[in-house]
Design a binder for this molecule. Structure first.
Ligand code: ZN
Ligand code: FE
Length: 255
């Protein structure tokens, strides 16, 4: 089984998982690069997994379904290109012989879901859409800070070997902010250097791992004294997990 990020638009990745003959894709906002990958790899699209309703994640679903007959899976509560199989927290889906568990992760959108595969060639795999990014998290368009923090906590509790497949290449700009709010974190500084080298060479910084994100992602570290202190320098009223998270998210929006 191979995992590849297909670049789309300015900074999206459409994740593809494939074996010798079959493939699935996650959040195909644009059908064209997916058609090209299917042709280049000579594989048949079996399933399309969608995390939330934003157009840069759903724009290619209809064209791909019509021309390949792939089964489409998506969130229970969001407006989606029909027809599809709608999924909620705890549901399982099978594709390419693998089993994926659905997790409700509201915050970026109200009905956002993530897909977790416990064992894909020996390593867990997470497709988290626009909820968790490397060194960052999604903007709160439809949810509250408390909802988003709960969602991120659930993702952070998955096994640390989990490969984290985010939908955007935002890593360098997230790392700039992360280094500002967590300036003494040596792991973070080293990661920023290695991510810069990858981008300078035109390589993706993803997938990340949960082990790394727990050490460097400010939005998974809102209980660390350094992050609480940083949040208070932005908003003196920040005092608990949720208000620390809310202050950091608001700061990042203006950064
Ligand atoms: Zn989005
Ligand atoms: Fe997006």
């Amino acid at each position: 089984m191979k995992l590849i990020p297909i670049p789309a638009f300015a900074d999206n990745y459409i994740w593809m998982l494939h074996d010798e003959g079959r493939a699935l894709v996650v959040d195909p906002g644009d059908p064209q690069p997916v058609f090209k990958a299917l042709q280049d790899l000579d594989v048949k699209l079996e399933a399309i997994l969608v995390t939330h309703h934003h157009h840069d994640h759903t724009g290619g679903v209809d064209a791909l379904r019509v021309s390949t007959g792939a089964t489409v899976f998506g969130p229970l509560k969001e407006t989606m290109p029909e027809p599809l199989t709608r999924l909620k927290d705890g549901d399982q889906l099978r594709a390419l012989g693998l089993s994926f568990r659905v997790m409700d992760v509201p915050g970026h959108t109200a009905g956002h879901i993530a897909y977790f595969c416990e064992n894909a060639d020996g390593t867990p795999l997470l497709f988290c859409g626009d909820t968790l990014f490397s060194a960052g998290c999604g903007r709160l368009f439809e949810g509250t800070p408390a909802q988003m923090l709960t969602s991120l906590d659930r993702l952070a509790a998955l096994p640390e070997s989990t490969r984290v497949c985010c939908t955007h290449e935002y890593t360098l700009s997230n790392l700039k902010f992360a280094c500002t709010v967590d300036p003494d974190n040596e792991t973070l500084k080293r990661y920023r250097e290695s991510a810069q080298v990858l981008r300078d060479n035109g390589q993706p910084t993803l997938p990340s791992s949960l082990a790394l994100e727990r050490q460097i992602n400010p939005f998974l570290r809102t209980r660390q004294p350094a992050l609480i202190q940083a949040a208070q320098s932005f908003d003196a009223k920040a005092h608990d997990d949720v208000s620390t998270f809310a202050a950091l998210r608001k700061w990042k929006n203006q950064f």
